[in-house]
Write a new protein. Structure first.
Length: 574
């Protein structure tokens, strides 16, 4: 039986709970302020990638309903295992399916993101306040700054990256495993190790980038721990493995079994596509200084630093007005705010170089190894023209060729840098709040404010998408599959002519196929099937390309959708 807390402790518990709730509400309100102002009309993402994401998580709803195989979507018909052309969104799909019981696809997608942000806030707070034992105030500060972090917020335009919310959950499971093992509580240690293994396997099937960064960073940490503790000799590692063989075996065996669906889905696609090209990857490494602190020109504190850079790039190449956005905007806006970056780097230097925390207390070996590993991880992403240490990672580390946008590593590093800064500065912050509360409050407000931006990742209008798509009638009887010429009578230019030719009609077809549960040959993804040729739907040869595809794959009952025609549906004769 659980005992009630002493009566004297209840007011304190109420105050503590109220403080957590208040900070959570502030954090979530700041993160989704654009969606709130729009009356939850605006959802995270934009016209292309957000529709793709909703189509994929709608696929998992169809899997749970028993009308689709887990690895094969209703798009890219008739290919199998088509989920492997993009992130799998497994955990997103499960949460989204629950929200779909009470909401339409667009609201359910927004609620899915807010669910993961809630998990991230709660887990970050629990990690700092309980697992690390640094207290409620430090826990709330870290949870708040992580939830509103500039880079994570701006990159919410790619919804799968918000799965970084699982990072503190993984950290807590790892800490629980180690502590239980050290305390001799072997059953608890092995269950925690198995839980961590299951989380990582599910994470890989949800968002490959964030899960891979987690596994890679764990390996970096182990290497740095071996250096810091001078246990790099093979005999030392053999002794460790023998001493903790039961727990290690439980975790590794669970992961080996749980990762089988991921391997079955993605290994054939890697062989088919070859992974990301090295030249494409080079364009998304981290430029020294600029990308490391790139919070975008819309940042309310530091945006003025980047406006001249955008103007300079435009002046150098005026014939390409989109160039400043390509080299400085978008995925490059993944840097850290200047004040936080300075505090984190200074804290890491103190831990690694002086081996001290707060001037006098020695830094534990685990913290020194952690700080060193995170600095190494960050430095690996740096690019000097076409030279970068990441090239070694790309060619030597398994799975690295599945990554193109390496700058996203900075999103993953946000929480570790917050932890490093908190480890060094939390005691000084407490003293400053006691001695100079107004100065301390001003610095805290600045740390929050420098994460806020006039740019918004919430760009997808629910009302606009519903008006465009939800009135389209499903395929008539006898249509076994379909393809799209036009889903909208008019379509504004999507980013560029090249992308406009590929995205709008294909991504609309993906979502409609999943909602109607009728296959489509259309689709667009990170990778596409070998004979995909469905760009330029207004081109004179588009229908001929479709017919050749249908003949090649022996499709029967293929129908054509063009909302500009009356009627919009027509049958395609072989």
């Amino acid at each position: 039986m659980f005992q009630s807390p002493p009566v004297a402790d209840r007011p304190r518990m109420v105050v503590r709970s109220a403080a957590v709730l208040l900070v959570y509400v502030v954090a979530i309100a700041l993160f989704c302020r654009s969606a709130l102002v729009s009356g939850f009309d605006l959802g995270f993402g934009e016209r292309g990638d957000a529709i793709i994401e909703i189509a994929i998580i709608e696929h998992w709803r169809n899997v749970l309903a028993g009308v689709a195989a887990w690895d094969t979507s209703f798009y890219f018909h008739p290919y199998q295992a088509t989920l492997g052309y993009n992130d799998g969104y497994l955990l997103y799909g499960l949460v989204y399916s629950g929200w779909r019981l009470i909401a339409d696809p667009f609201h359910a997608d927004t609620l899915n993101i807010l669910t993961f942000k809630t998990i991230g806030f709660a887990a970050a707070y629990a990690l700092v306040a309980r697992s690390l034992g640094w207290g409620q105030r430090t826990g709330l500060a870290v949870a708040l700054l992580w939830t509103v972090a500039s880079n994570i917020t701006l990159q919410a335009v790619h919804a799968q990256l918000q799965s970084v919310a699982l990072q503190p959950v993984a950290m807590m499971l790892a800490i629980a495993t180690l502590r239980a093992e050290q305390a001799g509580r072997l059953t608890r240690a092995r269950f925690a190790a198995m839980g961590l293994a299951l989380l990582l396997a599910a994470w890989l099937l949800t968002s490959y980038y964030m899960a891979w960064f987690t596994l890679f960073s764990a390996c970096l940490y182990l290497a740095c721990w071996a250096v810091v503790t001078r246990t790099w000799r093979p005999a030392d590692w053999i002794a460790l493995l023998r001493r903790h063989a039961g727990t290690i075996l439980a975790g590794v065996a669970t992961f080996a079994v749980a990762i089988l669906p991921f391997l079955r889905l993605y290994l054939p696609k890697v062989r088919e596509t070859g992974g990301e090209a090295v030249d494409d990857m080079l364009g998304y490494l981290v430029t020294p200084v600029i990308d490391m602190i790139n919070v975008g020109p819309g940042n309310i504190v530091w945006g003025w630093l980047f406006l001249p850079l955008f103007a300079l790039v435009h002046r150098l190449l005026p014939d390409d007005p989109a160039l400043p956005g390509r080299v400085l905007g978008g995925e490059h806006e993944a840097g850290f705010p200047l004040l936080f970056c300075a505090l984190a780097l200074l804290a890491a230097w103190r831990i690694v170089a002086t081996r001290r925390i707060d001037g006098c207390r020695p830094a534990p070996a685990t913290l020194r190894a952690f700080a060193l590993a995170m600095l190494v991880a960050w430095l690996l992403t740096i690019q000097l023209w076409k030279a970068s240490p990441w090239l070694l990672v790309f060619h030597l580390v398994p799975g690295a060729k599945g990554l193109r946008t390496i700058s996203r590593y900075q999103l993953w590093l946000t929480l570790p840098l917050l932890l490093i800064a908190a480890a060094v500065w939390r005691q000084r912050a407490r003293r400053l709040f006691r001695r100079r509360p107004w100065l301390a409050t001003g610095l805290a407000a600045l740390l929050v404010a420098e994460n806020l931006s006039a740019e918004t990742p919430a760009q997808l209008s629910r009302a606009e998408q519903r008006a465009a798509l939800m009135h389209i009638s499903p395929p008539p009887p006898g249509c076994a599959s379909f393809y799209v010429v036009a889903t909208r009578p008019t379509e504004p230019l999507y980013i560029s002519r090249e992308l406009h030719a590929r995205y709008p009609h294909n991504v609309d077809a993906m979502l409609l196929a999943e909602l109607w549960r009728v296959p489509t040959i259309n689709g667009f993804s990170t990778f596409n099937p070998p004979d995909w040729d469905f760009a330029e739907p207004r081109a004179a040869d588009y229908d001929a390309r479709v017919r050749r595809y249908a003949q090649r794959h022996r499709l029967r009952g293929l129908c054509r959708l063009d909302v500009r025609a009356r009627p919009p549906w027509s049958r395609v004769t072989p």
